[in-house]
Write a protein of this length. Structure first.
Length: 340
């Protein structure tokens, strides 16, 4: 569905002049449609509704996806304020939290915290869904980057749902496989040089799905009836699986705040911008970041027996080292430009 829908979306976008204009923040240099999320949505929704078991919260997940699809579509067509996008995310999150009871109920020993009171559980779940959704949205800055990272993330979660999910989480394998199918059909046209972008329609949709899969993966570790592949280290493993988008978002927000600007002010300080500044091409940068995410995933999986605290400390230490490296290279580059 996605593979055959993309050419039609490209044709209509050019016909109606619904194109993304290059600017000082973007990497592309030509007018490009940004409605690829429509094709992803078509492939994902059609396959999931036909083949999947819609119990255990998947029906509510689909409802939330529909809400975010139209929010993202409106933003791609006429642009809407961040506040309105946040309201849409709040509505989609409320559907899955209150109607399907999909939420983080336990920290599983992080900082000595186990079960969470209901109020804190709902608040933290909203922050988690909004944070992950926007992290996927922000990483969408190069041809094929967000799509590649999403495929890696959902493939990892899907595998563990398949192996250990059982009756309560096993049907989320369908969600993972349908996302992969929709994304593969889209990536055929999105790798460098892209003829279409996923836009907010695709990035918000994929980010929301990834956030729900993350929560269900974490909860699978807290469920006494489920198998425990990581001995209740699921929260830290989940952070490792999401490493590249989470690291990029937290780093960019921190740098903006330290520079005295709003954390929501757009700039060219994302991790992919920094790697491009080192002289890498777009395809090399995408492959490098995909490899980085895979290496971190393999690390947290293989060392999961060390527990949440050790894994989180290791991820924080690696993040600081990577941040220092990116900051140091930026300083050297700036000095070289001044000297020239």
């Amino acid at each position: 569905m996605a593979l055959f829908a993309v050419p039609s979306v490209i044709y209509v976008a050019h016909l109606k002049n619904m194109l993304d204009l290059p600017n000082k923040r973007t990497v592309h240099a030509v007018l490009t449609p940004r409605l690829g999320g429509v094709a992803i949505f078509a492939g994902f929704m059609s396959a999931l509704t036909i083949f999947a078991d819609l119990r255990n919260g998947i029906q509510q997940l689909l409802a939330g996806c529909i809400v975010l699809f139209f929010i993202g579509l409106k933003d791609d067509l006429v642009s809407i304020s961040p506040a309105k996008k946040l309201v849409g995310q709040l509505l989609a999150t409320g559907v899955v939290m209150f109607m399907a009871d999909i939420r983080i109920t336990s920290f599983q020993g992080i900082l000595g915290i186990h079960e969470l009171p209901d109020g804190i559980s709902y608040a933290f779940t909203f922050l988690a869904i909004a944070g992950i959704t926007n992290a996927i949205n922000l990483i969408d800055g190069l041809d094929g980057l967000a799509g590649s990272i999403v495929i890696i993330i959902v493939s990892t979660f899907g595998y563990y749902f398949y192996r250990y999910g059982g009756a309560d989480y096993g049907n989320y394998v369908f969600v993972s496989v349908c996302v992969i199918g929709g994304m593969l059909g889209f990536l055929r046209y999105n790798f460098h040089k892209a003829t279409i972008f996923m836009g907010d329609t695709g990035s918000l949709l994929c980010g929301f799905i990834v956030s729900v899969l993350t929560i269900q993966f974490i909860e699978m570790g807290a469920d006494p009836q489920a198998l425990h592949p990581f001995q209740s280290a699921n929260p830290s493993v989940a952070i490792g699986v999401l490493f590249v988008p989470l690291f990029d978002t937290i780093r960019v927000f921190a740098v903006r705040v330290l520079n005295g600007t709003s954390p929501f002010t757009p700039d060219k300080n994302h991790i992919h911008h920094r790697i491009l500044a080192m002289g890498f091409q777009q395809i090399s940068t995408v492959l490098l970041l995909a490899l980085l995410n895979l290496v971190v995933i393999l690390f947290v999986i293989n060392f999961a027996e060390q527990g949440n605290t050790i894994l989180i400390i290791a991820l924080l230490a690696f993040s600081l080292l990577l941040s220092v490296f990116l900051g140091t290279y930026r300083s050297r580059s700036a000095r070289q430009r001044v000297a020239s």
